[in-house]
Design a protein around this ligand. Structure first.
Ligand SMILES: Cc1cc2nc3c(=O)[nH]c(=O)nc-3n(C[C@H](O)[C@H](O)[C@H](O)COP(=O)(O)OP(=O)(O)OC[C@H]3O[C@@H](n4cnc5c(N)ncnc54)[C@H](O)[C@@H]3O)c2cc1C
Length: 380
C-alpha cells in the first residue's frame, strides 16, 4: 500500500462525509404549469420557500430558466396554433400576438409569475431519486438531487413528459440511411425542403407538422390505427369523458396511455387545411424500416429521406423508482392526483391532469389534501 501524503484524506472519506439533508414540509419537483400551480397554492396557504419557516416549501426545477416544457417547443408552434392555454392561477397570460411562438410568450409569463408570487424556484436542480428515509409511514421522503438533498413530509411530483419522447421500435430502424427524429427535436419544415418525409403518429402534433412540412416536402403519413374523425367538436362533454377515461386507467395502475387514444381524432384548422390541400392521406403503419425507406404491410416499398416520429411522450418519473410503486401493468396507482400506495406522494400533470387546465387544478387539489392532513379542522 502506498503511504498517503500528510494532510490528505483517504478518498473513501469523501464518500462518508454526509451533508445533512434540508428539512422541508413540501418539496415540489418540476416548475412547469403543474408545479407552479402547486407552489402558488402552497404560498397562499402560508408556506414559505425557506427551510426555517413554520411551514416550508422548496420548488426544484431541472431547467436553466422558467417556462417548463414550453421553453423547448418548436418555433413554429405559435400562440395561434397551441391547443388552448389555460392561465396559471391568479395571473392572466398577457395579451400576445397570435403569430408569436409559444416558446417565447409562455416562458416570459412563467418568469413573471414566479417573481410576482415570490416562488423562489431553485434551478437548475435535477432530482435523481425520491426514496423513503425509513420505514415509518409518517416519516419523510428523501429527495436526492445534483445540488443537495431535501427530506420532505410530502413530495408533489410535477415533472411532465417532455424529456421522455416515445419512440416505438420497428425492425430495421438502425439500418435507415436517412434521418430519424422525434417531434421533441423538430425545429422547422425548412430542414426537409425537397425531401420525402414519413410522418408517424395520429396526434395533434403529427397532423400539425404533416400540414406544415407538406408545403415544402413530399409527405407520407402513417398511423397504427385507422383514423375515425369525430364529427363533433372536442367540446366540454368530450373533454370530461376523455379525462374520466384516463382517471380510471391510472386509478387501476395502468400507464396513462397516449392522448389520442382517449380523446379520439377531432378536426382542427390544420387538419382541415391539410385535407383541402390533399395531403391528409392516412396509410397503415409500415412493418419494417429499410436503408432507403419503409416496407408496408402489403409488401410495397415507400422511399423516405426522413422519418418523423410524432408518437408522443411518456411520464418522466424514473426518479420515483426507489419508491417501488410500479404496478405489474407498468403504471402507478393514482387517485385524485395522489399515489394510492404512497400517500406522501402526489403526481400532478400526470394522466388525467396532463393539460394546462388539468395541471392547474391538480396543483390546487394536492395542496388542499396536504392542508387537510396538516390541519384537519381547517381543511377546505
Ligand atoms: C407538443 C406539445 C404541445 C402541447 N400543447 C398543449 C396545449 O396547447 N394546451 C395544453 O393545455 N396542453 C398542451 N400540452 C400538454 C402540456 O404538456 C401540458 O399542458 C403542460 O404544459 C404540462 O405542464 P407540466 O407542468 O405538467 O410539465 P412541464 O411543462 O413539462 O414541466 C415539467 C418541469 O419539470 C422539470 N423536471 C423534469 N424532470 C425533473 C427532475 N427529475 N428534477 C427536477 N425537475 C424536473 C422540467 O425541467 C420542467 O420544467 C402539450 C404537450 C406537448 C408535448
Amino acid at each position: 500500500m502506498h503511504p498517503r501524503p500528510a494532510g490528505t484524506a483517504h478518498p473513501a472519506a469523501a464518500l462518508h462525509r454526509t451533508v445533512e439533508p434540508t428539512l422541508v414540509d413540501v418539496a415540489v419537483v418540476g416548475a412547469g404549469q403543474a408545479g407552479l400551480s402547486a407552489a402558488y397554492h402552497l404560498r397562499r396557504r402560508g408556506f414559505e420557500p425557506d427551510p426555517g419557516a413554520a411551514a416550508s416549501l422548496v420548488t426544484l426545477d431541472a431547467d436553466d430558466a422558467p417556462g417548463g416544457a414550453w421553453r423547448h417547443r418548436w418555433p413554429s408552434l405559435k400562440m395561434a396554433t397551441v391547443n388552448g392555454i389555460h392561465e396559471l392561477p391568479g395571473f392572466a397570460v398577457p395579451p400576445a400576438d397570435p403569430a408569436t411562438p409559444a416558446r417565447d410568450v409562455l416562458p416570459a409569463y412563467f418568469a413573471a409569475y414566479e417573481e410576482r408570487f415570490d416562488l423562489r424556484v431553485r434551478r437548475p436542480v435535477r432530482v435523481a431519486a425520491v426514496r423513503r428515509v425509513d420505514d415509518d409511514p409518517r416519516g419523510r421522503l428523501r429527495v436526492q438531487t445534483d445540488a443537495g438533498t431535501w427530506d420532505a413530509r410530502y413530495v408533489i411530483n410535477a415533472t411532465g413528459t417532455w424529456r421522455r419522447p416515445f419512440w416505438p421500435v420497428y425492425p430495421g430502424a438502425e439500418s435507415f440511411g436517412g434521418r430519424q427524429l422525434h417531434v421533441h427535436d423538430y425545429v422547422s419544415a425548412d430542414e426537409f425542403a425537397g425531401r420525402r418525409v414519413v410522418v408517424v403518429g395520429a396526434g395533434i402534433s403529427a397532423v400539425q407538422l404533416l400540414e406544415e412540412i407538406s408545403h415544402v416536402a413530399d409527405t407520407f403519413w402513417t398511423t397504427r390505427r385507422e383514423i375515425t374523425w369525430e364529427a363533433a367538436e372536442f367540446d366540454t362533454a368530450a373533454r370530461v369523458a376523455a379525462i374520466a377515461g384516463v382517471e380510471e386507467r391510472v386509478r387501476r395502475g395502468l400507464p396513462p396511455g397516449s392522448v389520442i387514444s382517449v380523446t379520439g381524432q377531432h378536426w382542427t384548422p390544420w387538419a382541415r387545411a391539410a385535407q383541402r390541400r390533399g395531403v391528409l392521406v392516412r396509410h397503415p403503419m409500415f412493418r419494417a424500416i429499410e436503408p432507403g425507406g419503409v416496407r408496408m404491410p402489403d409488401g410495397a416499398f415507400e422511399p423516405a429521406d426522413v422519418i418523423l416520429w410524432a408518437t408522443g411522450f411518456r411520464a418522466d418519473i424514473g426518479h420515483l423508482a426507489p419508491l417501488g410503486l410500479r404496478t405489474a401493468a407498468g403504471g402507478i396507482r393514482v387517485a385524485d392526483g395522489r399515489s394510492t400506495d404512497e400517500p406522501r406522494l402526489f403526481l400532478i400533470g400526470y394522466g388525467p391532469s396532463q393539460s394546462t387546465v388539468g395541471a392547474n387544478r391538480a396543483g390546487r387539489d394536492a395542496v388542499r389534501q396536504i392542508m387537510a392532513a396538516r390541519e384537519p379542522a381547517a381543511a377546505g
